[in-house]
Design a protein around this ligand. Structure first.
Ligand code: FAD
Length: 392
């Protein structure tokens, strides 16, 4: 289709319709549902399964494996919409985006048939584990190791900050093989069932109140069949980035949704709260300008993730990597700034439990740290885009 002035910068009609449908469904749940579940130790399962039944969780997965046959741009639009209602589905970043993409691109026909249909309809949840306490941002230092024993693999190591393991049926674990134990990471990815003998999880108490919990994992000689390995142990780092670029795009979309939610709340309050004469506080530039700035920077971040997703869906992994990083940076910043501006606009109410914005401050902060920190993105852009010397 040839772009005209009116559609050159808009999404395709199907995606706009998808956004509307998701917004309607997610709006039934929204922030109040999430806050209640978090308070009472509940989960997002009801919304998750309803999203799955409507095909929203698997829009990026190929039709022949039960998905919608769309791309990462569609999945990210779904997450942005859900997040903008105050109901971000964190596990969408992990299960359909990271795990679905890696299995879809690197898995065998059998693995695709086995895992993708249930990831697509949400009936199976797959978590993802790369982070280790002693490696942190430097994934080249991970030590979780897989060794062959006949037809089987034996996996040992530890992981930390792994999301949603209590809800997951399996975790896609990033390890090294025994003969590539040190040096630059040659990732070997394994599907590990959460009920496998030798696999233990321990919840990490977090200051962020959310239905999704974070875990440290202890993997102690976990025996896995040969077909637990996804991709080729010598396939190289691109197999990992087949999932990490989607993770960054989805992280950006989630953060943009968080910023949209905060901005909407702030504008509503600024337009109705009046303390001087009869003018609402939004008539003061001290309140209006920060919100206008948020709107501009939010639209910048949204354009960046849309471009990153378009590059990924077109098969340009290098281009997608650069823009996914930039999008994640911009979106992480705007989620924090928008939430801060929303809290400030609400005055004292911004810090009450009733208005629910203070907990959003902590949630938004996640976008600056995970899945890749602001500083590591700046390192990447300085080095790879600008050609400056490596600084670390
Ligand atoms: C809520 C939550 C959910 C998560 N979910 C998952 C998950 O499901 N799966 C998973 O595998 N991981 C997950 N993570 C882990 C996350 O990806 C890491 O926290 C993140 O990659 C940063 O690693 P770190 O916490 O070890 O920080 P560190 O690497 O210790 O970094 C600490 C600080 O130092 C800075 N820094 C480090 N190196 C440099 C450098 N070279 N130059 C400049 N600054 C630098 C960082 O930017 C950061 O500010 C999650 C984390 C959180 C908080």
């Amino acid at each position: 289709m040839t772009a005209t002035a009116s559609n050159a910068f808009t999404e395709p009609e199907e995606r706009i319709a998808l956004r509307e449908a998701v917004s309607k469904l997610a709006g039934k749940y929204g922030h109040d549902f999430v806050a209640k579940q978090a308070r009472e130790g509940g989960k997002m399962t009801e919304m998750w399964l309803e999203m799955g039944r409507h095909g929203f969780l698997g829009v990026n997965i190929a039709e022949e494996y039960g998905g919608g046959g769309g791309g990462m741009g569609d999945l990210a639009a779904v997450l942005e919409e859900a997040s903008s209602t105050g109901a971000p589905l964190l596990m969408m970043v992990v299960s359909p985006a990271i795990c679905g993409s890696i299995i879809g691109r690197c898995g065998t026909e059998e693995q695709k048939k086995r895992w993708l249909p249930s990831i697509a309809d949400g009936s199976l949840l797959m978590a993802f584990g790369i982070t280790e306490a002693d490696a942190g941002s430097n994934s080249h230092k991970i030590t979780t190791t897989a060794k062959r024993d006949g037809d089987e693999w034996v996996l040992s190591g530890q992981k930390t900050f792994i999301s949603g393991v209590d809800e997951a049926d399996a975790v896609l674990i990033v390890a090294r093989t025994e003969d590539a134990k040190t040096g630059k990471l040659k990732p070997a990815l394994f599907v590990v069932p959460t009920d496998a003998p030798g696999f233990e999880k321990q919840v990490i108490p977090m200051a962020w109140e959310a239905p999704e919990k974070q875990f440290t994992l202890f993997i102690d000689d976990v025996r896995l069949p040969a077909d637990a390995l996804v991709g080729d142990e010598d396939g190289g780092i691109w197999q990992l980035f087949a999932g990490l670029n989607p993770e960054r795009i989805m992280g950006a979309a989630l953060s943009c949704g968080t910023a949209r939610y905060a901005l909407e709340k702030a504008v509503e309050y600024a337009g109705t709260r009046s303390v001087w004469k009869d003018a609402p506080i939004g008539s003061h530039q001290g309140i209006a300008h920060p919100l206008a700035k948020v709107k501009i920077e939010l639209e910048q971040a949204r354009l960046l993730w849309q471009k990153a997703a378009a590059l990924y869906d077109a098969g340009d992994d290098a281009g997608a990597g650069e823009y996914a990083n930039m999008a994640k940076y911009a979106a992480g910043e705007i989620a924090c700034n928008a939430t801060d501006a929303a809290v400030h606009t609400h005055g004292g109410n911004g810090l009450t439990v009733e208005y629910g914005l203070a907990n959003q401050l902590v949630a938004a902060r996640l976008g600056r740290i995970a899945p890749v920190s602001r500083e590591m993105i700046l390192n990447y852009i300085a080095m790879h885009t600008l050609g400056l010397p490596k600084s670390y």
